[in-house]
Write a protein that binds this ligand. Structure first.
Ligand code: PLP
Length: 393
């Protein structure tokens, strides 16, 4: 099928929620590169929106998934699943979580987090059900997570929204404090807001938020759907801050492309869920959890976190050396990178890069959003910076 034929079928039959996509369809991938059927290579600096942390067709990951596909895909959680148990243990071993529940996406993980916060207090016979999130956050597209997402453009058609959710500005502690009531059960935030263009919570703010949560008996939820699994240079972004959450959520890179989400919580909170309180058909099935285990193994064997830290610093140095007047600000944690540009310029640069067969993201025309696979090397960064320099020229 030609690209034009694929586009014609897509435009006739696929629900048009994505608008006009970039005019390309990929057939296969390897490492940092995606390839069209006729062999054109594209450098992938967006990793399928922060998903393919190990790059495409990573050797040991692919082998593990292929083996699992040949053995068993799905049984349901009516029975024990070895990798479900082992992956839950892996996450707990390297985090503050004591228990994990698996689902299929980031939105679903955040739904679970909000449900857990509510039921945790409900079981204590207390009326605490309000949730506070941040403006410009992104928590997903289900009805509850779209209400939690602090961006009116995603909410407007779905009113009345799930009630009890308030939004306040990032790093505005006084605003947050003023929004808290005796009915607040949770504050949910991204330590680094991704979708809205890489905005970082300050340590000072997070320390105050944690203290407020402790004083007012409120659960602190970190949405680590995008930041989780090494993106910021630690396995979880909260580990780059001075605070710990009570609950955190994962998805995206946890399965390196095999859909999986995770709701992770401290024991005291996790016990809010008892048999029958939550569930799902697919969550943590043998395939998804084999993928998650293979991701953890690759992280350990290849020292991915160390690479993220080193390559993140190198990337920033190289961007600075471009000395471009179009780059107004570099916002970055690890390999979660936002380059602020004059309005409209980032969209132009994204288009030029695409024409040069390099994939990056763009927020509102003003921020170039770069989320490379975490296996990126200095050579890859040099190639990208040369292309970015040309696009900016
Ligand atoms: C921080 C954050 N939370 C939640 C989501 C929703 O995840 P999903 O698209 O897997 O439902 C996203 C997706 O971009 C995200 O970045």
């Amino acid at each position: 099928m030609t690209l034009q034929e694929i586009m014609a079928v897509d435009e006739k039959y696929y629900m048009n929620t994505f608008g006009k996509r970039l005019p390309v369809a990929f057939d296969h991938g390897k490492g940092m590169y995606l390839y069209t059927e006729d062999g054109q290579d594209y450098m992938d600096m967006f990793a399928g929106i922060a998903v393919t942390a190990l790059g495409h067709c990573h050797e040991s990951f692919t082998k593990a998934v292929q083996e699992q596909v040949g053995k068993l895909l799905h049984t349901s959680s009516l029975y024990y699943i070895k990798n479900q148990a082992l992956l839950a243990k892996k996450i707990c071993d390297c985090s503050v979580a004591d228990r994990v529940f698996f689902c299929n996406s980031g939105a679903e993980a955040n739904e679970g987090a909000m449900k857990l916060a509510k039921i945790y207090y409900y079981k204590q016979g207390r009326e605490k059900y309000e949730i506070i999130t941040l403006n410009n956050s992104f928590h997903g597209r289900t009805l509850a997570t779209v209400a939690a997402t602090g961006q009116p453009k995603y909410q407007k058609p779905y009113k009345p929204l799930v009630p009890g959710i308030k939004h306040v500005d990032i790093n505005d502690f006084e605003g947050l404090e003023a929004a808290v009531t005796d009915k607040t059960c949770a504050i949910m935030l991204e330590a680094v807001q991704g979708e809205s263009g890489v905005h970082i919570c300050t340590d000072e703010y997070l320390l105050k938020v944690r203290k407020l949560c402790d004083e007012r008996d409120i659960l602190l939820i970190f949405d680590e759907v995008q930041t989780g699994m090494g993106r910021t240079g630690e396995m979880f972004a909260y580990q780059t801050t001075p605070v710990e959450p009570d609950i955190f959520t994962l998805a995206k890179a946890l399965g390196n492309g095999v859909p999986i989400g995770a709701l992770c919580a401290k024991e005291s909170v996790a016990k809010g869920f008892e048999p029958g309180d939550h569930g799902g058909t697919f969550g943590g099935n043998p395939l998804a959890t084999a993928a998650g285990m293979a991701v953890f193994e690759a992280f350990e064997k290849e020292n991915i976190l160390d690479n993220v830290r080193k390559m993140g610093d190198y990337f920033e140095d190289r961007v600075k050396a471009l000395n471009s007047s179009d780059i107004l600000e570099i916002r970055r944690k690890g390999l979660m990178i936002g380059l602020q540009m004059p309005q409209g310029r980032a969209a132009e640069v994204q288009k030029k890069l695409f024409e040069d067969r390099v994939l990056v993201g763009c927020v509102g025309g003003h921020t170039l959003r770069i989320l490379p696979p975490l296996i990126i090397s200095k050579t890859d960064i040099d190639i990208f910076i040369a292309k970015l320099g040309e696009a900016l020229a």
